[in-house]
Ligand binder design. Structure first.
Ligand code: 13P
Ligand code: SF4
Length: 309
């Protein structure tokens, strides 16, 4: 059955000259059909250079929007346009425009987890991979608005020691769910394990980390580390790639406050399935469309980021 779906997707990719880009938080079977699997930064960079007529984005809607901003001449498809991101949704473009007015003279750095409308109000985007480099590229005496993630923002404030960064008060509901007590108990039970934490988590969890980084940076750290056990404090979808790349190592997902709720899974990312990938490729729809003035403004902010790397 799954084999039939996989071979159907392979045929459709050829027929439509399509590539599939997917984030590490997608379902494992979706990750398996991706031509390119990556974190938010790698996916943005890759979108610019794919040789295809069609990009199918397996992820949440801000990711597909980013691909469309960078590739206006390609057809960008998203199997579930309703797959949203709590972090992007915590920053409404109209409210953000009002917020900006309160801080004249500030440069705006925003995480790629934003709507295209917020990107259009941004000077330079960043991801969790390059937020530090992006902020460090701005002169020290230049005040900054950092949006929308208060956790990533306060982590960057701490790393840079800058007191001229104003934070928007947003967060990812998945990364905010991890339990500090649960993590401490897991550390006691596995004293040799290294703790890897995504910077979208609360500061108290970040402080428990041996390594803090984006999903791609966490994968590289685990690969290069001599440790054999890791406690993983980020969305659980990444475990599929960890186990595939490092089958000899052990990865333990960190618990959330309510262990039964599977809150360490981003339900929005899991909306993409093999079945909806097939129907999207067959119909070449749903497609991401963005009005040109908004796209152009957002493009500048993303390109400013990509140029820094
Ligand atoms: P990265 O892909 O930058 O690690 O971000 C994780 C995330 O939450 C994506 O939505
Ligand atoms: Fe958004 Fe959080 Fe899901 Fe990433 S894990 S897509 S930040 S809700």
């Amino acid at each position: 059955m799954v084999e039939n779906l996989l071979s159907k997707i392979a045929d459709l990719k050829k027929e439509k000259r399509a590539v599939i880009l997917a984030h590490y938080y997608c379902n494992p079977e979706v990750q398996a059909v991706a031509d390119f699997l990556g974190d938010s930064l790698a996916l943005s960079v890759k979108a610019q250079s794919v040789d295809a007529d069609v990009i199918l984005f397996a992820g949440v809607n801000f990711m597909a929007e980013t691909a469309k901003v960078l590739c206006p001449d390609k057809r960008v498809l998203i199997p579930r346009p309703d797959a949203g991101c709590s972090l992007a949704e915590s920053c409404d473009a109209k409210d953000f425009a009002e917020f900006k007015k309160r801080y004249p003279g500030h440069k705006v750095v925003s995480y790629v987890n934003t709507t295209v409308g917020v990107k259009a109000l941004t000077d330079i985007c960043c991801t969790s991979s390059n937020a530090l480099q992006v902020v460090n590229s701005i002169p020290e005496d230049q005040p900054i608005i950092f949006a929308p993630d208060r956790n990533l923002g306060s982590y960057i404030q701490k790393l840079t020691g800058r007191d001229n960064i104003v934070l928007w008060d947003g967060a990812c509901l998945v990364h905010e769910e991890f339990s500090l007590e649960g993590l401490k108990a897991l550390k006691e039970a596995h004293p040799a394990a290294k703790v890897v934490v995504h910077p979208e988590c609360k500061a108290a969890l970040v402080e428990e980390a041996d390594f803090v980084g984006s999903t791609a940076a966490i994968l590289t750290y685990c690969d290069q580390s001599e440790a054999e056990e890791f406690i993983v404090v980020t969305e659980a979808g990444i475990l599929a790639e960890m186990e595939k790349r490092m089958p000899q190592k052990k990865f333990i997902p960190a618990p959330t406050a309510d262990a039964a709720c599977r809150c360490n899974e981003c339900k929005e990312m899991k909306k993409v399935t093999l079945e909806n990938i097939i129907s999207t490729l067959e119909n070449l729809s749903p497609e991401v469309l963005i009005d040109e003035p908004t796209r152009k403004a957002a493009e500048r902010a993303i390109l400013n980021m990509v140029e820094i790397k």
